[in-house]
Design a protein around this ligand. Structure first.
Ligand code: TYM
Length: 332
């Protein structure tokens, strides 16, 4: 049986990349699979989070799921820290994963920056907690953006080593689900850098709660080159900013990049950017409005998270018990 798991960090500034690369796909999968979607608050604290803001951001992730169309009756929506099996399995995986494997993780290198000695131990062990998130449900498929591919490879390595070490088939080999026209949305200020929640420039990203004026302003300022749009996708090679905007358009309109170029070949950005603004507002304007409504009265969101945590724990608890028995712990 297939089971889907994915998560988003509650670190604020949820953006178009999170939506197009991940959250939108969460919605598309829920009719065909059992889906579990998480606000990964324990991952968030691997770098400093203001407690009051963290609480708000956890609710914001849940609100983004709901506003985007994740149905809490079909899918499970919850906060990671409310299901303690995640932390328990993460520790066991810390003892399975090898330091050499973690040393290769590019996200750690990027996030820790030059001052690695000063990064938290949690930031280093982050991928092992991520493997635990997925495998504590024996999830088989994980919808994510392209940047998470390496972490999912590590998840498979951990599952495989655990299975080998203990002579079991307890954990499945997870498959990443990376699909759509925008699996890696780039920064609006620099087409070679990915759009990210932590970029210091607000102009680098469009957030889900931006209004029309903000979107128009950000797209107007978005870096581009001076040429009109080409006739073929091949013509976007070496034009990272143009390729990014065409990719965003294609994803939002549910078209291929080829079809977008059929419509806009020869157009200047002065024409394409306003068209993209209109399209963006049409597609995620209502999501931003619904998120704001849900955030203004978080009672409903809190109920969804509580119910989700109970349902998630009901799946995870027997699995963590099985893992503990396998490892040789005394399980009462
Ligand atoms: P996070 O919070 O950075 O991002 C959430 C999801 O959004 C995708 N994403 C993007 N997709 C396209 N273009 C972009 N510019 C872009 N930026 C982000 C991410 O790939 C992700 O799917 N480690 C994860 C959270 C996590 C997780 C998990 C995911 C923790 N445990 C278990 C899956 C399964 C992360 O930092 O996502």
């Amino acid at each position: 049986m297939s089971r889907i798991f994915s998560g988003v960090q509650p670190t604020g500034n949820l953006h178009l990349g999170n939506y197009l690369g991940a959250i939108r796909n969460f919605v598309r999968l829920q009719d065909d699979y059992e889906c579990i979607y998480c606000a990964v608050d324990m991952h968030a604290i691997t770098v400093w989070q203001e407690p009051e803001q963290l609480r708000k951001n956890i609710r914001e992730v849940a609100a983004a799921y709901l506003a985007s169309g994740v149905d809490p009756k079909k899918s499970i929506i919850f906060a990671q820290s409310n299901v303690h099996a995640h932390a328990e399995l993460a520790w066991i995986f810390n003892c399975v994963a090898r330091i050499g494997w973690l040393n290769r993780m590019t996200q750690f290198k990027e996030k820790a920056g030059k001052n690695r000695e000063n990064a938290s131990l949690g930031l280093y062990a982050y991928p092992s907690l991520m493997a635990a998130d997925i495998l504590v449900y024996k999830a088989t498929h994980v919808p994510v953006g392209e940047d998470q591919k390496q972490h999912l490879e590590l998840t498979r390595d951990i599952a495989q080593k655990f299975n080998n070490d203990f002579g079991t088939e307890l954990f499945p080999m997870v498959e990443p689900l990376i699909f759509g026209e925008a699996t890696r949305v780039m920064s609006l200020r620099d087409g070679t850098k990915k759009m990210s929640k932590s970029d210091p420039s607000d102009y680098s990203r469009i957030t889900l709660t931006d209004g029309k004026d903000e979107v128009a302003k950000k797209l107007k300022k978005a870096r581009t080159d001076a040429d009109p749009l080409p006739e073929e996708v091949k013509g976007l090679e070496d034009r990272p900013e143009a390729a990014n905007l065409v990719g965003i358009y294609a994803a939002l309109a549910d078209m291929s990049k080829e079809d977008v170029l059929k419509e806009y070949a020869g157009s200047q950005f002065s024409v394409f950017k306003p068209a993209l603004t209109e399209l963006a507002m049409e597609k995620f304007g209502p999501i931003g409005d619904e998120m704001k409504r849900l955030m203004a009265d978080p009672g409903y969101v809190d109920e969804v998270l509580k119910d989700g945590a109970e349902r998630a724990a009901a799946i995870a608890n027997p699995i963590i018990r099985e893992v503990k028995e396998t490892v040789g712990f005394l399980v009462s």
